[in-house]
Design a protein around this ligand. Structure first.
Ligand code: AMP
Length: 385
């Protein structure tokens, strides 16, 4: 029997001084901080202004936003949980191409992590994140007409959840936004509080930053559908922009969690992307029914799993397929047949299990290979006329 479930019924800041930047209190922006170049080469670089301001609280950011509005500037918002990689930077580049100012938020939102999920171990790389944004901002400074990374918003949880301590339990005491059934399907079936947390924190960030446009990655496809629904159903005057998934050369989608994989799991983790590509090929070849499209994906995952199971424990990387889905692009409801005029979303999730019998000489990744890693990926099947 296939191991794949094709369908499920609803189910702070330590600011170390980097060699090229110093961070200090900005005089006129409450507790906003800014980082400045101190080496002559960077200080004198053409267009090296304005500085990126770092905000911790809502009021100073509101002042900044009001000033931008009065100066007829436009704001593109890029919400992140930090541990930045090229995928995040791609969002910032897209935002800078369409707005004068980019606000990047860095906040690991506790309400989207279930009680048994990896909130405590989620990677935090604040200083590297700032350096990456600083470097990107300098790159943008030399691009004709591009916007700049003018603000980073990195609030505390007390700031984001002022009334109650945030609650990650399923009953959830607090003020939340829920989308049913959208938020309960697929990722939501495995992570019941996830989309409630995402929709709630994004509504807060949108209210605080008042962006013209928000930028989200295609990598988290159900999240993009949730955000579009949030904007539509709550009449938010915001454009939602979706940026293509950034991938490793072999196709693995970039993710902050990939640092936990290590070499063994990294090699096998490509299985999901490969499986989805096989299903996509079926659609491109004219297949339209669920069975016809999905069988090669299930088959590939099953074969890969069996091949790993036959290896000795010190060599293998075991995984579980959570789901492989063929869903409607607006509702994420499972499809028996694709309407070519609407297209569909192929998506999936696999859980890479902890490494067995780790070798001392082996690259085990952050956490010694013992942290389970959930990988998700998707492919949009475009409408065909
Ligand atoms: P995260 O920090 O993981 O919450 O992601 C912040 C934003 O970056 C979300 O909109 C993600 O969809 C997007 N993102 C994460 N990984 C990628 C990627 N590989 N390609 C494009 N966007 C991504």
């Amino acid at each position: 029997m296939s191991s794949i479930r094709h369908f499920r019924v609803p189910k702070a800041c330590s600011y170390a001084t980097a060699s090229f930047c110093r961070i200090h209190q900005a005089p006129n922006t409450g507790n906003a901080l800014r980082f400045l170049s101190t080496t002559p080469a960077l200080r004198d670089a053409k267009h090296f202004a304005p500085e990126t301001k770092i905000f911790r609280d809502v009021e100073p950011l509101r002042e900044f936003r009001r000033a931008a509005l009065l100066n007829k500037r436009t704001v593109g918002l890029v919400p992140t949980m930090g541990a930045l990689h090229e995928g995040h930077l791609s969002l910032v580049r897209h935002a800078a191409a369409e707005n004068t100012d980019v606000i990047v938020t860095i906040y690991v939102n506790p309400t989207q992590f279930g009680l048994n999920e990896d909130l405590a171990s989620y990677p935090k790389t604040w200083e590297t994140d700032l350096r990456m944004l600083h470097t990107l901002d300098r790159e943008l400074a030399s691009v004709e007409g591009a916007g700049r990374v003018t603000a980073v918003f990195a609030p505390s949880t007390k700031t984001m959840y002022p009334t109650l301590p945030p609650d990650s339990s399923i009953p959830g005491v607090g003020s939340f936004i829920e989308m049913r059934p959208l938020g309960q399907l697929l990722e939501g079936a495995s992570r019941p509080v996830f989309f409630r947390g995402v929709a709630t924190v994004c509504m807060k960030l949108f209210n605080i930053c008042q962006p013209e446009r928000v930028y989200f990655g295609q990598k988290d496809v159900q999240q993009t559908v949730v955000i579009k629904r949030l904007v539509k159903d709550f009449h938010l005057p915001i454009g939602v922009k979706i940026v293509p998934t950034s991938r490793e050369p072999d196709g693995l989608a970039l993710s902050s969690r990939n640092v936990y994989l290590g070499a063994r799991r990294r090699t096998v983790g490509i299985v999901l992307s490969q499986a989805l590509r096989k299903a996509e090929a079926q659609y491109k070849a004219g297949k339209r029914t669920r069975g016809d499209i999905l069988w090669p994906a299930s088959d590939h995952a099953d074969q890969t799993k069996m091949a790993q199971d036959t290896l000795e424990p010190h060599k293998r990387a075991r995984f579980e397929v959570d789901y492989i889905s063929l869903a409607d692009p607006e509702t994420m409801e499972e499809l028996d047949e694709v309407d070519p005029a609407r297209g569909a979303i192929l998506s999936g999730a696999v859980k890479m299990l902890p490494v067995e019998e780790p070798n001392e000489s082996e690259d085990l990744g952050v956490g010694g290979g013992q942290i389970p890693v959930r990988l998700i990926d998707n492919i949009v099947l475009d409408p065909v006329s």
